[in-house]
Design a protein around this ligand. Structure first.
Ligand code: NAP
Length: 392
């Protein structure tokens, strides 16, 4: 365990990767919305750029600056020791993320990230969950658009349904997707690692305790026209259904037999077919080093959609939940999913871990499991819609 007890640490929160695209948006969000007495620091590998960032943030004089580099594990350990909570945007996580997870697990520091990489999440479970349980660290992955609206949206939907009965929830996602350099790099890297991803999932399966007397599944649904939401439903192979499944396994409230299916909702068939073709092309390109390099060169680290483009973007996730003779329609909705709302979700999740009165959890946990209603309340207060829709 760390030499410094959690309460004695100089910072409540350290934001690592603060000079990147989403890191900067998160720093701006925290500077504008965090409580005045938050003791926090921006961290990254370039101290000069960190100082420049701090200078233009409101209240910047009170924000600490910490240098750390993923190539220097001791610097990551020092970050973990200096904070109660560390939030990191430094991805692709499967390449850059593990040493910080290890340091947080070892020092009892709460950790959160923006990964959408299943391989990384599974490996971190296998390698660091046990140590985090010993020290009390909460390791919370996927705290951005992957997977907060889906995980908390299902949690919110389940709360509208009867207790103690089998439940099903289908989620239908509509969102404007634009890549930042970091997101493109992470997606290409993940797409090129199909074999490693399956191996990590199998290894996790060997370590994870089996559920007793409950069943939780997240099958890949078939493409179909979903009359209940008036759109074509295409199975969406993101990390989200895996996260929802883990929340359902951890939380008894999801009932004795729970099923979640995750779809993209597309109104017009040609758009749906175009979407499938685009994902297929990206998957194919990711397998070819030359094509991967060409694509990576289109968007460099630090690049991302402009403020104007983000202002025109939005997302909506509609859920249809059923169980115990009741059917409910709910929705989670907001603005630009990938960046502005991701920075908000990430910032609020970090503040929730730092300050909210949360259920006692430790080890690798999901947003629903670790923060649940407290984070939903924060996001509602910050302008993200969670509602029971007409027809429910
Ligand atoms: N969950 C979601 O919905 C969601 C949404 C958006 C993004 N993301 C993920 O978030 C991550 C960041 O995205 P982004 O667009 O912000 O990427 P980005 O602009 O490339 O930022 C990456 C950050 O990593 C830092 N970094 C890289 N190598 C480092 C090293 N050796 N030591 C210390 N720091 C290092 C960079 O530092 P410098 O500033 O010094 O270069 C930068 O701060 C990606 O993995 C992306 O997939 C997830």
């Amino acid at each position: 365990m760390s030499r410094l007890k959690r309460a004695d640490r100089p910072y409540d929160l350290v934001l690592f990767g603060a000079t990147g695209f989403v890191g900067t948006l998160t720093a701006e969000y925290l500077a504008a919305h965090a409580p005045q007495d938050l003791r926090w620091a921006v961290a990254g590998r370039d101290e000069r750029r960190l100082r420049r960032l701090r200078e233009r943030l409101p209240g910047g004089a009170d924000i600490g600056v910490l240098r750390a580099d993923v190539a220097e594990p001791a610097s990551l350990y020092a970050l973990a020791e200096h904070a109660r909570v560390v939030a990191t945007t430094v991805g692709p996580y499967v390449l850059y993320g593990e040493d910080l997870v290890a340091a947080c697990a070892d020092t009892g520091t709460d950790y959160l990230d923006l990964t959408g990489e299943p391989e990384f999440v599974d490996l971190m479970y296998v390698r660091h969950d046990a140590r985090a349980r010993e020290t009390g660290a909460r390791l919370v992955h996927a705290c951005g658009f992957d997977s907060v609206p889906h995980d908390l949206g299902v949690h919110f939907t389940v709360a509208q349904l009867p207790e103690g009965v089998p439940l099903t929830v289908d989620g239908y996602v509509t969102a404007d997707a634009a890549f930042s350099g970091g997101t493109l790099a992470s997606a290409l890297n993940q797409f090129a690692r199909g074999r490693q991803m399956l191996a990590a999932a199998r290894e996790r399966g060997r370590h994870e305790p089996r559920l007793i007397e409950r069943r939780v599944t997240a099958p890949t649904g078939a493409p179909r026209f979903a009359g209940e939401v008036g759109a074509w439903a295409l199975p969406l192979p993101t990390i989200d259904p895996q996260i929802v499944r883990r929340s359902a396994k951890a939380l008894q409230r999801y009932g004795p037999d729970f099923r979640y299916r995750h779809y993209a909702a597309v109104r017009h068939l040609p758009v749906a077919l175009g979407g499938i073709a685009a994902v297929g092309a990206l998957l194919t390109a990711a397998q070819l080093p030359a094509a991967r390099r060409w694509l990576s060169d289109r968007l460099r680290p630090g690049d991302g959609p402009s403020a104007q483009k983000r202002a025109r973007s939005s997302f909506s996730v509609r859920f249809v939940g059923e169980g115990g003779g009741r059917r409910v329609f709910t929705e989670v909705a907001g603005g630009d999913p990938g960046y502005d709302e991701t920075a908000k979700m990430f910032g609020e999740a970090a503040l929730s871990l730092a300050f909210d009165d949360l259920p006692p959890t430790a080890g690798q946990v999901t947003t629903a499991q670790a923060m649940g209603d407290a984070l939903t309340a924060r996001l509602r207060a910050a302008g993200i819609t969670f509602r029971v829709a007409a027809g429910g």
